[in-house]
Design a protein around this ligand. Structure first.
Ligand code: GDP
Length: 536
């Protein structure tokens, strides 16, 4: 029997299997304003996490401008808490990982998606698929993350539901199966028809509750709303059942099909259906790829990887919280873990468990859960923790920056301090730092402009280093590799000033623009360029 088969067999008999099976770890992907914050709040209410929901709301209300966002970043107490929200519902444990809500695209968002097993895609019913939704969806697709769709704001004027389904199918190349169907639109939105049971759940009839939909005859619906044409509704529902594909679990789990729920987060309608759907269909923590082997979630030994680092609330203490997703085993307070990158052991003396109901006493975590590990810079994004085995999880990505800038320092005497600060910021994942081989000043790379604002503010506040950014002659950075050492070295030597090192010492090629990159690519047979790198 192979190692993997053995691991799988012992995993199925593991006493941890029960805990693993009842976990659902997911994120919400959406375009700003589609209703992510509102939906999050309502989901938490189902789990009884009312205090947390209040905090989410506070965050939502204050989040609109850049300066506000910086304030929130400084007020890390809130963002640490809301980075992971855990609640129990129907004997299932849901871990909702927050993706930053601000306008700019950030690497944090991408990386958070490496730590989930499924995602909820929220779409504004009046707008359909928007720019950010599409981008985030692409990231999910790279990892075959199954997606559940929630079409929100059905209480307002919306686009035709068939149209919306068609748009999902065409623009995302994703099959759709409606699980519910809206009855009435906008002001005349009455509720949803449950396709599996044929019942109608009415908005006024307490849509917040879950359970069996109230069985009400379509013909009687008109008595609830005289504007509703019962015959037209029946006809539409017939069309839905004829035209739409039946739900196929396997296809959903493989990321090819999305079940679609309609509702209104604001009115807490359809949210229960969505949550039940997640519980029923979304996968429990799945096996994770490491460089050496697949690690099954119910294996007895603890393993985890770090996908996010957050500086702590108090800028005088340079400690950080590393967010680690458990991949297997059980993590308990005080246990020893091996940091595979360095080979050293560390004691997890004060891990933070994000368990909404009983945060104070929860002191163990299982596969799918996220824990916060306070440290002084020992842990980096992409790090693997184990109980001794030398495995390294793969798939936490670094993305080639979309903006490159040179850092200009007002006071040249502080160059060494800047170097240290940039190193720390890049280990934290705030920005990427590239050091040109020719000794010229370091460049920083970001995916969105906001990251530069954050870097500038933090260098000033935490390191007393006022900096500016200059446009550089280079616009693009690409990691590169070659099959053999000689080809690699020849390329490096031929491109002296266009070669830089990233935080791990890996080399990148800096190009003036896409055209130059294409030109170089053509002239450099044997060299492969990539814009995504696995963090080591
Ligand atoms: P986010 O940017 O995706 O987090 O969106 P928010 O949750 O902050 O919602 C954006 C706006 O849409 C807010 O004014 C919400 O009150 C509103 N909103 C959210 N859900 C609904 C809904 O179901 N119906 C209506 N009418 N408005 C909604």
């Amino acid at each position: 029997m192979s190692d993997t088969a053995l691991a799988a067999e012992s995993a199925s008999q593991s006493p941890l299997a029960h805990e693993v099976k009842r976990r659902r770890t997911f994120a919400i992907i959406s375009h700003p304003d589609a209703g992510k914050t509102t939906l999050t709040e309502k989901l938490l209410l189902f789990g009884g996490a009312i205090n947390l929901a209040g905090q989410v709301k506070a965050k939502g209300e204050r989040r609109s401008t850049r300066s506000d966002w910086m304030k929130i970043e400084r007020d890390r107490g809130i963002s640490v808490v809301t980075s992971v929200m855990t609640f129990e519902f129907n004997d299932l444990v849901f871990n909702l990982l927050d993706t930053p809500g601000h306008e700019d695209f950030s690497e944090d968002t991408y990386r958070t998606l490496t730590a989930v097993d499924s995602a909820v895609m929220v779409i504004d019913a009046a707008k359909g698929i928007e720019d950010r939704t599409r981008k985030l969806f692409e990231v999910c697709r790279l990892r075959d993350i199954p997606i559940v769709t929630f079409i929100n704001k059905m209480d307002r004027e919306s686009r035709d539901p068939f149209d919306l389904m068609d748009e999902i199918e065409k623009t995302l190349a994703l099959d759709t199966t409606p699980m519910t169907w809206p009855v009435g639109r906008g002001r005349d939105f009455l509720g949803t028809y449950d396709i599996a049971t044929g019942g109608v759940r009415l908005l006024e009839g307490g849509g917040a509750k879950t359970g069996e939909a109230e069985q009400i005859a379509i013909a009687d619906l008109a008595s609830r709303n005289p504007n509703l044409d019962a015959a037209a509704v029946s006809e539409e529902l017939e069309l839905v059942s004829e035209a739409c594909k039946p739900f196929d679990l396997e296809s959903f789990r493989e990321g090819h099909l999305t079940p679609v729920f309609f509702g209104s987060a604001l009115r807490n309608f359809g949210v229960g259906d969505l949550l039940e759907g997640l519980g029923r269909y979304a996968p429990a923590p799945r096996a994770q790829d490491s460089a050496a082997r697949k690690v099954e979630a119910a294996e007895p030994k603890m393993s985890a990887f770090v996908f996010k680092i957050q500086a702590n609330m108090d800028p005088n203490h340079r400690d950080r919280i590393a967010f680690a997703r458990l991949c297997s085993g059980k993590l308990t307070r005080g246990m020893k873990a091996k940091l595979v990158r360095t080979g050293k052991n560390m004691t997890l003396s004060a891990p933070q468990f994000f368990f909404a109901q009983d945060r104070a006493i929860a002191d163990e975590a299982f596969a799918g859960d996220v824990v916060g590990i306070p440290n002084h810079g020992t842990l980096r994004i992409g790090d693997t923790l184990t109980e001794g085995e030398d495995i390294q999880f793969v798939g936490v990505p670094s993305f080639a920056p979309e903006i490159l800038r040179r850092v200009r320092l007002g006071d040249a005497m502080k160059a060494k301090k800047l170097k240290e600060a940039l190193q720390q910021m890049s280990e934290e994942g705030v920005v990427q730092v590239f050091r040109p081989r020719d000794g010229s000043p370091a460049m920083v790379g970001v995916v969105g402009q906001l990251q530069l604002d954050v870097l500038k503010a933090r260098l000033e506040a935490e390191y007393a280093l006022p900096v500016d950014f200059e446009i550089s002659e280079f616009q693009l950075a690409r990691w590169f590799s070659a099959d053999d050492r000689k080809t690699f070295d020849t390329f490096v030597n031929a491109n002296g000033s266009g070669i830089a090192e990233d935080v791990d010492g890996d080399l990148v090629y800096l190009a003036k623009n896409e055209f130059y990159l294409g030109y170089t690519r053509e002239r450099s047979p044997g060299i492969t360029f990539t814009n995504v790198k696995d963090v080591k």
